[in-house]
Structures are given as C-alpha cells and as structure tokens.
Ligand binder design. Structure first.
Ligand code: KG4
Ligand code: ZN
Length: 363
C-alpha cells in the first residue's frame, strides 16, 4: 500500500511516498528555518507564506516517477500546529483527495512522531532488537519543539498517554535557553554543539587536572532538575529557563558572554534537560513493565540524551530495547506521517477534514 503524506505543521513543508508504512520511496522537505533565525524563533506568517510557495514544488518532487494511480491513500497532518501552516497542507491534501478520488487519512503530528521507528530506509540508531522489531509493551517519549509526552504502547496501534509537560516543551526550553545565550535558532543543536566544546575544554587539560577542573568549571552553575523526583510522569521546563536567565544575567554583570561561559551553560542546560527526560522515561518503563523504549521528535537527535538513556537501561535488571530513529527522521518530515497513517487506516470524508491547531495529544 502506497501512501502519499503531506506535513506542514510548523516551519517545514514535507511530502513523502511510503510503502506499507516502512519503505520510503520519496521524501522531500523544504524548511524555512533560516528565515526565522534573525527573529530567534518561528514567525508563523513567514512560515505559512513560505509553505504556500513550497507546497507544489515539494509535492511535484515527491511524486516524481509516480502517477495518481500508484497512490492508494493520502495522509495529512491536521494538528497540532500553527493554523496558517496546517491550512496549506490540509487544503492541498483535500484537493488531491477530491481530484484523484482517493481516501484521505487525517494524522495527529505528535502521535505520528513515534512511528518514525517503523521506517526502514536507514539503519536504526541504537536499535538493539532484531529488524527493528518492537517488543511490547513499549514506552515512547516524544520530545519536540512543541511537545514532551510519554505514551504506553501495547502494540503498533494502541497508544495511551501517560504523562507530559505542564508548560514548556524540552525543545522549546533548549531554544529559549539558546536565545538567552545569544545562540542562533534552532537552539537545541547549538546547545549540543557548545556542550561538546565544554567537554573539549576540560579534556585538553592534563589528565590529573581534568576531573577537578570539570567540577570547579561546572560548580559555579548548578541548574535545577524540575520535578525529577516528584513521582509523576509529568514534566515542567519553564522554571529551568527562568533559572538560566537569572544565572546568565549574574554572569553578564561581571563579564560579557564568551565561548567558554556559553559552553559551560550549555553543558549544564543539556545535563539538566536530559537528566529529567531519562529519569521520567525510566520511571515509566518500570511502572509499566515495558520491554522497549522509543525516543522520537527533534530532541531525540540529541546524542547526550540517547547515550544517557542507553547506559541507564543497560543497568536495569531486565533487557530493554532502545529504538531511536536516525536524526533525519527525528525532525519533522512527511515520512512518519505516512507510517502512522498506514498503522491507523481511518479515512475520513475530505469535506470533514479541518486543520486543528490545538488537537489533543492526550489519547
Ligand atoms: O520535531 P521537531 O523537528 O519539530 C516539532 O515538531 O517541534 O523538533 C524541533 C526541536 C527544536 O526545539 C530543536 O531545537 C530541537 O528539536 N532539536 C534538538 C536537537 N536537534 C533538534 N534539541 C537538542 N539537541 C539536538 N541535537
Ligand atoms: Zn514534530
């Protein structure tokens, strides 16, 4: 079964043809991220305008080598997301469904992120299970710019929301903290890069001095790990951003931000966010006797997060499989929208499909 999927929930315009929810036959993504850099975040009107211009070229490229007769269904992100952006994809998909007389499957973007692990086009990073086969029950963490959610998956189709952020998402926290450190947007990869620099500063010191230097280097900035031991599966990251603001202002009052200070902050921000994500995910694994962990969404591209979770689950008594999509499938694209649609084939009448910016993710 070949599904043509369209994704325009945020600043990307994506179209992809995927066979049986696994094999990517084409995948095209146009991003307007560089246009938002000067504003330090996404400007919805700019994103929607770019998507209006990119939609047809992206669609045309994704359909190269295929005709409408090859396509069995059309999938489209209906929410959550930015209204102007969603409308571009939704109206395009409805037009195609009507013109080609194909079923149309509305997709929840956040739930679809998890289905990136079903795609087989490139080798799954950290998959410790054979053929990327997921042993259920699984705990799935979706960490993106807009969401931080935990789900219990009892099989490919059944999803149950078990916790999420009460305020800012983890990616949003990375982005906002990066802005405080005067790093460009998107901030997650920038913080990760500067945190690596911190490691290189300390590892260049003579062996005997590395550990003590690391301690004194990081000791001046200690950030909170919000809600880490509260016993719930919920998150809160807005206080962390406020704590970073306070520390950055304190630091700026004695000297201007330099690479060394920014790297020190980046290291501690990354440690704080990943400590919370790892602890909550492991608590969910234990509470639900899970056999697999799925990490997806843009923040899943963070190497420190995946290494930390890998080392923690290897310390657990029972064997837990970890599945993390390659970075290209962690960030937004239409391929995982098609994968979700394949596993949840619930077509709707095209007349009834509407863009829903605040679509609930608590299923
Ligand atoms: O899933 P995604 O592409 O878009 C949304 O659906 O939100 O996620 C984008 C988010 C941004 O906040 C970005 O800073 C973050 O993912 N991100 C990262 C990394 N790469 C992307 N955060 C931390 N480390 C990374 N390497
Ligand atoms: Zn996303």
């Amino acid at each position: 079964m070949k599904i043509l999927a369209i994704e325009t929930s945020c600043d990307e315009t994506g179209a992809s043809v995927v066979e049986d929810g696994r094999t990517i036959l084409s995948n095209v993504v146009a991003s307007s991220a560089s246009m938002h850099q000067k504003y330090g975040g996404i400007v919805p009107e700019v994103a929607a305008r770019m998507q209006t211009e990119s939609m047809i070229p992206v669609l045309t490229e994704a359909m190269e080598g295929f005709t409408e007769d090859d396509i069995d269904a059309i999938a489209v992100t209906v929410g959550p997301g930015l209204i102007g952006s969603l409308l571009v994809g939704v109206e395009t998909a409805k037009t195609l469904a009507f013109a080609w007389n194909k079923p149309i499957i509305p997709v929840n973007h956040v739930l679809a992120h998890m289905y990136a692990v079903f795609l087989e086009d490139s080798q799954m990073k950290y998959s410790s299970s054979e053929n990327n086969k997921i042993v259920f029950p699984a705990i799935a963490l979706v960490v993106s710019g807009g969401h931080t959610e935990l789900y219990l998956m009892n099989d490919e189709k059944s999803l149950k929301w078990i916790g999420g952020t009460l305020d800012d998402a983890a990616g949003e926290c990375f982005d906002k903290c990066a802005r405080l450190l005067e790093l460009p947007y998107p901030g997650g990869p920038e913080i990760a890069r500067m945190a690596d620099l911190y490691s290189s500063y300390t590892s260049n010191l003579p062996a005997g001095k590395q550990e003590s230097s690391r301690l004194s280097f990081s000791n001046n900035i200690i950030l909170p790990r919000p809600m880490i031991h509260d016993g719930s599966l919920n998150f809160s990251f807005s206080g962390l951003k406020t704590a970073v603001l306070r520390e950055v202002n304190k630091s700026k009052s004695s000297q201007a931000l330099n690479d060394q200070t920014i790297s020190k902050f980046s290291h501690e921000i990354q440690e704080s966010i990943t400590d919370v994500l790892v602890t909550k995910t492991l608590n969910a694994v234990i509470a639900h006797n899970a056999y697999s962990v799925i990490i997806s969404g843009g923040v899943a591209a963070n190497q420190r997060l995946t290494h930390k979770i890998k080392s923690h689950i290897s310390n657990l008594k029972s064997k837990i499989n970890l599945l993390v999509p390659p970075p290209s499938h962690c960030v937004d694209s239409a391929s995982f929208i098609a994968a979700y649609a394949y596993h949840h084939q619930t077509p709707a009448n095209w007349r009834k499909i509407t863009a829903t910016p605040d679509l609930s993710v608590e299923v």
